[in-house]
Ligand binder design. Structure first.
Ligand code: URA
Length: 198
């Protein structure tokens, strides 16, 4: 898959980008979606941008990210470090359309959708990005390292418009539901992200 060829030039305007993604048919996932899930939350240089993997069944139906069980755990974890629902957070995913059966997104689907996430980052200019799970972390960091290597420290990525943006990767809440022994590490990662200076 050619990551350097963005789908028909993603718009540089936030509303136009949202409309563009809503009607995107670049990869096969559009065939199985109810709707694309663009993301939701604070859009003026938010304190946090939280990036998950892909919409689940509820998310696809409602049109918003993190509506299911992993979302509840995510909200509880954020609340435990003082990030409350009214805080400035924008939630989105690496992949905007639900993979049927919640299967893992394919490399070509990630390549097709990553330019949208990159554009969202450039337009939002979040203070910090919290990335959930290996796939989204690898995509944003351009790495093939395991999550264990990527979590536990602050990375810096450059947005399309040249801003330096701090990024912390941690376990995906769906994986924490299966492996609660990683919750302490995830909590450390969230605290690390919170401690990033302005
Ligand atoms: N819902 C989302 O929106 N993203 C995930 O990664 C998981 C569930």
């Amino acid at each position: 898959a050619d990551v350097s060829a963005p789908p028909a030039a993603a718009p540089r305007d936030w509303e136009a980008l949202q409309a563009h993604i809503a009607s995107c048919e670049v990869c096969g996932l559009h065939a199985g979606r109810s709707q694309a899930v663009f993301g939701t939350g604070a859009v003026q240089s938010p304190e946090w941008m939280v990036v998950g993997e892909a919409p689940g069944e509820h998310d696809d139906r409602v049109g918003l990210p993190f509506q299911g069980k992993p979302g509840l755990l995510l909200q509880a974890m954020l609340a435990s470090i003082g990030v409350l629902p009214e805080s400035a957070v924008f939630f989105t995913n690496l992949i905007k359309c639900r993979p049927l059966g919640n299967r893992t997104p394919k490399p070509e689907e990630i390549a097709a959708c990553l330019p949208y996430l990159q554009r969202q980052i450039a337009l939002l200019k979040p203070r910090r990005i919290l990335v959930l799970g290996k796939l989204a972390a690898q995509a944003l960091l351009g790495s093939d390292a395991d999550l264990e290597q990527l979590r536990g420290r602050v990375h810096h990525i450059r947005s399309e418009t040249g801003e330096d943006i701090a990024l912390v990767a941690t376990y995906h809440p769906a994986s924490l539901l299966l492996r609660p022994q990683h919750k302490a590490d995830a909590w450390q990662d969230l605290n690390l992200a919170r401690s990033i200076a302005p």
